[in-house]
Design a protein around this ligand. Structure first.
Ligand code: NAD
Length: 296
C-alpha cells in the first residue's frame, strides 16, 4: 500500500513517523522545510507538491491547519483528487467544519474516490505514541479499510456515522471540554478564595458529582493532577488557540442549524481574552488565570 501524507506538522509529522515505523511506504508533502526535513530523516519520500505525492498513492491522509488548506490540497491547483486513481481512499484528520469534508466527498465520489473524515483527540503526545483516538465519518464498508490504515497511529478508531460525523463528534466533544474546563477553573478559584485547601477541594470534586476530565486528569490548579500542564506553567498541552478554533467551529456549525450554544459563546469570549493577553500557546487550562487576577 502506497500512502501519501500531506501536512507534516506537529501532529502529521509524528503520525507519518508511526506509519513509517510500521514498515509502510509513505510519500509526503508539506509547505514547511523543517517539517519536510524531519519526514525525510524518518525515511519518508518527499515530493514537490500534493499531486506529485499522491500520484502513485492508494491512500491519502491529510493533517492540515484549517478548512481552507484542506480545500486547497484536495481541490486546488495541485489538488490530489485530480490525480488519484479510481478506488483510492482519502482520510482527512484535520479539525475542520463538517460541511467542507462533505463537499469534498461529493467531488471525490464523482470520480470513484472515497473521501472521509477522521479527526483526532490525544494531542501531540498521542500522535507520537500512536495512541490517538480517531473519530471516523464514512460508510461501514469503507470503515474497515480506514481502520486498517489508521491502526499504526491510533488506539481507538471509532465509527461515528456518514462523512462529516467524525467532525461533528470532535467539535461537540471539544465544546463540552472548553466549557467544563472553565467550570472547573471557576470552582477551584472560588474555593481557594473562600479559604479551602485546593487539594482538599479537588479531592471532594473528584469523588463527587463535579468530577470530569478537566477536574481529574487536567485540573487547572497546579499540582493537583499528575503530569497536567498546570504543573509546568501550562506548557506542552492543548494550546488555547486550538481550543478557541474548535469552539469557533462548534459555534459556526450551530449557527448553520440555528441551534443555541449559550455556554459555548460565553467561554469562547473567555478563551479569546486569554489569547489576547499573550497566552495563545499555553494549555487551555490556563483559563484559570482569568479568575486569579491580583487585586489592586
Ligand atoms: P501544524 O500547524 O503544526 O501543522 C500543519 C502543517 O500543515 C504545517 O506543517 C503546515 O506547513 C502544513 N500545511 C499548511 N498548508 C499546507 C498545504 N497547502 N500543503 C501542505 N502542507 C500544508 O498543526 P497541527 O498541530 O499538526 O494540527 C493539525 C490539525 O490537527 C489541525 O486541524 C488541528 O486543529 C488538529 N489537531 C491538533 C492537535 C494538537 O494538539 N496540535 C490536537 C488535535 C487536533
Amino acid at each position: 500500500m502506497n500512502i501519501a501524507f500531506i501536512g507534516l506538522g506537529n501532529m502529521g509529522g509524528k503520525m507519518a513517523h508511526n506509519l513509517l515505523k510500521a514498515g509502510l511506504k509513505v510519500h509526503g508533502f508539506d509547505l514547511s522545510e523543517v517539517a519536510i526535513a524531519h519526514f525525510t530523516e524518518a525515511g519518508g519520500i518527499t515530493h514537490a507538491n500534493p499531486q506529485a505525492a499522491a500520484e502513485q498513492a492508494d491512500v491519502v491522509i491529510t493533517m492540515l491547519p484549517a478548512a481552507k488548506h484542506v480545500k486547497e490540497v484536495y481541490l486546488g491547483e495541485n489538488g490530489v483528487l485530480a490525480v488519484l486513481k479510481k478506488g483510492s481512499l482519502c482520510i482527512d484528520s484535520s479539525t475542520i467544519d463538517p460541511q467542507t469534508i462533505k463537499d469534498i466527498a461529493v467531488v471525490g465520489a464523482e470520480q470513484g474516490i472515497q473521501v472521509c473524515d477522521a479527526p483526532v483527540s490525544g494531542g501531540t503526545i498521542g500522535a507520537q505514541a500512536g495512541t490517538l483516538t480517531f473519530m471516523v465519518g464514512t460508510d461501514l464498508n469503507t470503515f474497515e479499510q480506514v481502520q486498517s490504515v489508521l491502526k499504526p497511529m491510533g488506539k481507538n478508531i471509532v465509527h461515528c456515522g456518514e462523512v462529516g460525523a467524525g467532525q461533528i463528534a470532535k467539535i461537540c466533544n471539544n465544546l463540552i471540554l472548553g466549557i467544563s474546563m472553565a467550570a472547573v477553573a471557576e470552582g477551584m478559584a472560588l474555593g481557594a478564595k473562600l479559604g479551602i485547601d485546593p487539594q482538599a477541594l479537588a479531592g471532594v470534586i473528584n469523588s463527587s458529582s463535579g468530577r470530569c476530565w478537566s477536574s481529574e486528569v487536567c485540573n487547572p490548579w497546579p499540582g493537583i493532577s499528575a503530569n497536567a500542564p498546570a504543573g509546568r506553567g501550562y506548557s506542552d498541552g492543548f494550546a488555547t488557540q486550538l481550543m478557541l478554533k474548535d469552539l469557533g467551529l462548534a459555534i459556526e456549525a450551530a449557527g448553520q442549524v440555528k441551534q443555541p450554544v449559550l455556554l459555548g459563546g460565553l467561554v469562547q469570549q473567555l478563551y479569546q481574552q486569554l489569547c489576547m493577553q499573550g497566552n495563545a500557546q499555553l494549555d487551555f487550562s490556563s483559563i484559570i488565570q482569568q479568575y486569579l487576577a491580583k487585586e489592586a
